[in-house]
Every structure is written in structure tokens, then in C-alpha cells.
Design a protein around this ligand. Structure first.
Ligand SMILES: [Zn+2]
Length: 118
């Protein structure tokens, strides 16, 4: 069997994951989170294999990007309209980059001895 055929076969196969109970409370101020219940290691591998096959066969490879966060090794699928996403998570790596840029600006201003115009 050729690798492309194997990928297609895996992508078509549905992993046997049963939907788990809902968490949280529906209503004002609460969020309902639905999680799948994975009973065995084989079910987890099947789920991840299915997700990987979906990524390979259905998504544009140029939109799979490495996070620009310092020290971050994660990759992500850029589904933004402009395809200019740079970080895996805006609240983690994106925020850290903003804080680092802010500190760098403060540091460069404090070492800058030239007088400022008012
Ligand atoms: Zn990251």
C-alpha cells in the first residue's frame, strides 16, 4: 500500500471516542465545555492519528507555522484571515513577546542620553 493511500484510509476511519459528560453549567456567566472520553491508549493514538491525517490531507501546508515565541517549540495552524499569526497562543507567547518588547523599549530609553523634545 502506498503512503498516500494509507493517509487517506486513516483520514476516512473514524476513531472510536465516546463523548464524555458536559462540564460547567449552561446559563449566564458559565461556559459549557464538552470533552471526549478516551478510555484506552489505542483510542488516543487513533484520535491523534486521525487529527494528523486531517491536518496533512485537508489543510494548506504553508499555514502550518512555528511559534515565534522565545523558547517555544510549538507549531500551529494559522486560520486567521490575513495569515499573519505569529504565536501559538496570544495570551501566553504573544503576551510574553509584548512584555519583552516593552521592557526593551524602556531599557533603550533609559540608556539613551539624548535630550527629548517637548
Ligand atoms: Zn508559543
Amino acid at each position: 500500500m502506498r503512503p498516500a493511500t494509507q493517509c487517506r484510509d486513516i483520514a476516512r476511519a473514524k476513531p472510536s471516542v465516546t463523548p464524555g459528560p458536559h462540564e460547567g453549567v449552561a446559563g449566564a456567566g458559565f461556559i459549557v465545555i464538552e470533552r471526549s472520553r478516551i478510555e484506552t491508549g489505542a483510542a488516543l493514538i487513533a484520535l491523534r492519528t486521525h487529527q494528523l491525517a486531517d491536518l496533512i490531507t485537508k489543510e494548506n501546508p504553508s499555514l502550518i507555522k512555528r511559534c515565534m515565541g522565545a523558547g517555544c517549540s510549538l507549531w500551529f495552524l494559522d486560520r486567521t484571515k490575513a495569515h499573519r499569526r505569529a504565536f501559538c497562543c496570544p495570551t501566553a507567547c504573544g503576551n510574553r513577546a509584548k512584555v519583552a518588547a516593552f521592557r526593551e523599549r524602556i531599557r533603550s530609553k533609559s540608556t539613551d542620553k539624548t535630550p527629548r523634545r517637548k
